[in-house]
Write a protein that binds this ligand. Structure first.
Ligand SMILES: [Mg+2]
Length: 221
């Protein structure tokens, strides 16, 4: 299915950088401290891949008061943790090396997270310079367009900015919201199962589901 692809759009968290166990633990911590006891597993199940602003609204509804400090506190803990280092997702470096060796397709990152989170996590994982094309760093944030996955706008923006038709794009996603965004954008999407089960990714419309980035290496080779 990769034969005619001209652009691979990678989600960031859970696809390139192994941030989800850490960030969901921190999110569960701050939400619990705000008065709604949730575990890391609860956070993964309910919130992974979602717009953080929507999550804050949900927590505020649950605890019945405004929580202006929740997001700044979460982000402060997250950035402090990134400085200790973040691992790339297993197999992600091999995927990027294979694309380099093949000379294409081109690639970019499209995340529901803000630019500074993408920069920090990709830098901590040693991947920050792996998405440069035509003199630009190809990192696209939902905050840049003001619309978040599962809406298709971010993926359409990335494809448009890179001058690629939607039917020549392939998205790699590990969350239901991202799969739905790619489907809405008219793009093929490979689901990377892990914290989100394969059946949920398939039910959301993933064209194919893989259980490791190594399977993508095989498909590219
Ligand atoms: Mg993700």
């Amino acid at each position: 299915m990769l034969d005619d692809a001209e652009l691979i759009i990678f989600d960031c968290d859970g696809v390139l950088v192994d941030t989800e166990p850490l960030t969901n633990r921190l999110l569960a911590e701050v939400i619990t401290e705000a008065g709604w006891p949730v575990t890391t597993e609860d956070s993964i199940r309910m919130f992974k891949g979602h717009d953080l602003n929507e999550i804050v609204l949900e927590v505020e509804r649950r605890v019945g008061r405004s929580l202006p400090d929740l997001l700044p506190e979460y982000r402060a803990r997250m950035f402090a943790s990134f400085e200790a280092g973040i691992d790339p997702v297993v197999g992600a470096v091999e995927v990027l090396d294979t694309l380099d060796a093949l000379g294409g397709p081109r690639r970019c990152v499209a995340s529901n997270g803000p630019q500074n989170k993408m920069h920090a996590s990709l830098t901590a994982a040693g991947l920050i310079d792996r998405f440069d094309h035509d003199g630009a760093r190809r990192l696209y944030s939902a905050y840049d367009v003001g619309v978040w996955k599962p809406e298709p706008d971010l993926f359409l923006h990335a494809a448009g900015d890179m001058g690629t038709a939607v039917d020549r794009c392939i998205v790699i996603e590990d969350s239901v919201t991202g799969i739905r965004a790619a489907v809405s954008a008219g793009m093929r999407v490979i689901g990377l199962a892990g914290l989100t089960p394969a059946r949920d990714l398939a039910a959301s419309g993933a064209t194919t589901v893989i259980s490791s980035m190594h399977e993508l290496v095989a498909a590219l080779g």
